[in-house]
Write a protein that binds this ligand. Structure first.
Ligand SMILES: Nc1nc2c(ncn2[C@@H]2O[C@H](COP(=O)(O)OP(=O)(O)OP(=O)(O)O)[C@@H](O)[C@H]2O)c(=O)[nH]1
Ligand SMILES: [Mg+2]
Length: 247
């Protein structure tokens, strides 16, 4: 079964100045799913993120300067491919993603190539309001049409991918803000990957500061719509995804 100890699973945790929360987040993962490996992609943090992650037993990739979530995730997926992981799952360093949901999100890979841990999917009380809510709804609606399945939370970073998805992400993973969620999904779906969602509860950030203020997030979400339309104009990848390739 996906998410069980027989599979080789990698948690990829993008982290930028998360010294307040990263230690407890890694600890929670080790308790909830002790059989997974944790890779922290420390993206030029100016604080003790890297030292704390290492002391907590994670594998740490220290990027020399800030690449943003997309670049960091692509580096993480390249690691996953190189070391032959069966699946990889993104978990935020700020404690918003509950590690106890990891097996459920991984279990979604039994029916699709990408499994998204989604808010608004009947569970939890995560609230977004005003323009941010509208933008999220619209993106979810468009991506549901594209993915031919009901998706309620296309901007969730809590998502797992199988080998086919990892292979796709290694070749294309947008670096621009929110491209890691929307654009990457559009390209994956258009390259023939299937997607599903699993309801999860999102917790509030457990400490530290958000990388973007709420009003910025709203603006970015509207920009994400444009980025999505641009993504739709990209040609799907032609080479078969299962073809082995050295990285
Ligand atoms: N590698 C990398 N990680 C980042 C960067 N910016 C944010 N992150 C990480 O990405 C994850 C999500 O970032 P957040 O700032 O929590 O964004 P968010 O969850 O959309 O916003 P909140 O709801 O306010 O928490 C966290 O683990 C951050 O540490 C970055 O530039 N590089
Ligand atoms: Mg967060």
């Amino acid at each position: 079964m996906e998410g069980s100890p027989e599979k080789k699973i990698l948690v990829i945790m993008p982290a930028w100045n998360e010294e307040d929360t990263i230690g407890s987040t890694i600890e929670e993962i080790r308790q909830a799913v002790p059989w997974v490996d944790v890779l922290v992609v420390n993206d030029g943090s100016a604080d003790r993120t890297s030292q704390i992650a290492k002391a907590s037993g994670a594998i740490v990739m220290d990027l020399p300067f800030n690449l943003g979530v997309g670049g960091a995730m692509r580096a993480g997926y390249t690691f996953a491919k190189k070391y032959h992981y069966d699946s990889a799952i993104q978990v935020d360093a700020d404690g918003q993603h509950d590690p106890r949901d990891i097996p459920a999100v991984l279990a979604g890979l039994e029916r699709a190539d990408i499994s998204i841990g989604a808010r608004f999917a009947e569970k939890g009380n995560y609230k977004a309001s005003g323009p941010r809510w509208w933008a999220m709804q619209m993106l979810a609606w468009i991506l549901s049409r594209l993915g031919k399945t009901r998706l309620t939370d296309a901007t969730s970073g809590f998502r797992a991918g199988n080998r086919r998805a990892i292979e796709q992400y290694v070749r294309h993973f947008p670096a621009e803000y929110l491209g890691d969620t929307i654009d990457s999904l559009v390209v994956a779906v258009r390259s023939g990957l299937t997607v599903t969602q699993v309801p999860v509860e999102m917790r509030p950030r457990q400490g530290g500061t958000p990388s973007a203020a709420p009003w910025k997030a709203a603006i970015y979400l509207f920009r994400a719509m444009f980025s999505m339309f641009i993504a739709l104009t990209r040609k799907p990848l032609k080479r078969p995804l299962d073809q082995e390739e050295e990285v």
